[in-house]
Design a protein around this ligand. Sequence first.
Ligand SMILES: [Ca+2]
Ligand SMILES: [Ca+2]
Length: 157
Amino acid sequence: MITSIGTLLDCAGDDSYISKGVSQGEGHDLGVGYLLDGQGNDTYSACDLSQGAASHHRIGILMDKGGDDGYLSKDKETTKGHGRFSYGYGSVGIFLDLGGEDFYSAKGKDNSFWIGTTYGIGIDFPHPSEAPQERDGRRSRKVRSISDIGHGHEERP
Ligand SMILES: [Ca+2]
Ligand SMILES: [Ca+2]
């Protein structure tokens, strides 16, 4: 049973999201929290339980579709892909950044995949239009699918 849904949709602009916690795509007490930012160089700042996190039987999702963003948080465990089993049920936290060169504090990394807590994940995708770059005469790594993130795939010229 879902008792409430909280949605924040922002289509464009360079935005700053600042809060203490239970925010920025956080689901709590039978609720769903969803934050979708369309584009722009954004800054997300929170202490805890935020940025794609959930607790007490729910779902929290943060999805940023592009731009060079900064994700700042104080608590490593309960942010950027946090969900776990509590009070007899599981909660799911999902953090997705779909492109750009991003900065992370505490947890997460640009162009990578991580397991947050029991039911929490984070994925930072490279932008689809990012072409492989020449480095020392060799092409850099190019990610082809989610399964390649974190493992890499070396492309030969
Ligand atoms: Ca952004
Ligand atoms: Ca990124």
